[in-house]
Design a protein around this ligand. Structure first.
Ligand code: PLP
Length: 401
């Protein structure tokens, strides 16, 4: 058996999504900008995908949803164009974000700092999230944009987006959220929160890699990042990637349809896994699980180095992660655990397991058995030591560091 438990890095494309995409590679392959029927033949499919996207996040008719190549592009677009519109060509000079954003936000902010923009990186609390009052206390009359992720890729913790949105509205500041780990996993309703931009990525909810989107409230001004052929009403140039757009729309519909029951099913499996792993001594998970996306758990096993654990899991054909997929090859400590206040040694022990709606009970059982045996092996305890016992003083807990 092999088990994929790294769904926050990417997901399998749903077979129904593949089926919807296929005709747009080899039969209906025209350029949608062409006026002949090969080009216009794909217009209904593009319109359907746009409708599926609007329905998935409950966007209003006067909002825009623009397809991009990935969420990295969407995040870059918001940050770089806010700089151009509000700072270079306006009277603002400040962006507020958090210490635990994805590198596509953090690196862009570093780039903007090099251009002279003031950036505040907000600290997180012991749950790994930023609190709304913290955001409020750092907004000044020079703040152009607040950018706070909707849910953490590393811990699954859900940020107080509604409260932060209210603060941004009150202060008259643009509000962006990297919603990559929220869309398709938990309900995201852009009419229920005050938000100007959200970034999305299809491959995180069983769509193809290489297609993302940016939601723009009230179709408001945001200078284009990509200049060229004026596609998407001039907002994002480049020949439309029809099969991938169709795939993203289909994936959005499949992920958000009956989302509550999908969440309940994922949560039950995640909780079973988490409860079983917490029976091991000296283990804890990061963040209260009721406030996490239902598929994610980041567990720390004292004394067991994360990379060694990953190798052991990999030998058992289990795909997991020590944190952000982008950082997992460079043996760095888990950045969110460091931000929460863990020391370096502890921050090297984090293992992220992320399930999907396709994860089965059998797979969860396999991972529990293999994981427990691996911990015993790596702690140097004979694997014939059948029963896992808490060591004296070693509490199995679900808490912050
Ligand atoms: C929170 C978050 N933001 C942005 C991204 C980047 O998404 P993409 O791969 O579509 O560029 C990821 C992917 O790991 C992510 O987890």
């Amino acid at each position: 058996m092999q088990v994929y438990m790294d769904n926050n890095a990417t997901t399998m494309v749903d077979p129904q999504v593949v089926e919807a995409m296929l005709p747009y590679f080899s039969e209906k392959y025209g350029n949608p900008n062409s006026i002949h029927k090969f080009g216009t033949g794909s217009h209904p499919a593009i319109a359907k995908a746009i409708d599926q996207m609007y329905a998935g996040i409950n966007a209003a008719d006067n909002d825009d949803i623009i397809f991009t190549s990935c969420a990295t592009e969407s995040n870059n677009w918001v940050l770089q164009s806010t700089w151009v519109d509000q700072i270079l060509n306006g009277d603002k000079n400040h962006i507020v974000t958090t210490e635990v954003e994805h590198p596509s936000v953090l690196s862009t902010c570093k780039f903007l700092e090099d251009q002279g923009v003031k950036v505040t990186y907000l600290p997180v609390n012991d749950q790994g999230i930023v609190e709304a009052h913290t955001v409020k206390s750092f907004i000044t009359d020079k703040t152009a944009l607040v950018s706070v992720m909707w849910a953490s890729n590393e811990t699954g913790m859900i940020f107080p987006i509604k409260e932060i949105g209210e603060i941004c509205k009150e202060k008259g500041v643009l509000f962006h959220s990297d919603a990559v780990q929220a869309v398709g996993k938990i309900p995201v309703d852009v009419q229920d929160v005050h938000i100007d931009f959200i970034s999305m990525s299809a491959h995180k909810f069983h769509g193809p890699k290489g297609v993302g989107a940016l939601y723009i409230k009230d179709s408001q001004k945001l200078s284009p990042l990509m200049h060229g052929g004026e596609q998407m009403n001039g907002r994002r140039s480049g020949t439309l990637n029809v099969p991938f757009i169709v795939g993203m729309g289909e994936a959005m519909e499949l992920a958000t349809k009956n989302i509550e029951s999908k969440m309940a099913s994922m949560r039950a499996k995640r909780d079973r896994l988490e409860d079983a792993l917490l029976e091991l001594s000296d283990t804890f998970t990061i963040g209260e699980r009721d406030n996490r996306t239902p598929n994610t758990l980041l567990i720390s096993i004292r004394g067991v180095e994360g990379e060694g654990m990953l190798w052991d899991l990999n030998n058992g054909l289990i795909g997991a992660s020590t944190g952000s997929a982008c950082a997992s090859e460079d043996l760095e400590a888990n950045s969110v655990m460091l931000a929460i206040g863990a020391d370096h040694e502890l921050a090297h022990t984090g293992i992220r397991l992320s399930l999907s709606r396709f994860t089965t009970d059998e797979e969860v059982g396999y991972v529990i058995d293999h994981f427990k045996a691996a911990v015993l092996r790596l702690r140097g305890i004979s694997s014939s030591y059948a029963k896992v016992q808490p060591t004296p003083g070693g509490e199995a807990t679900e808490c912050a560091i």
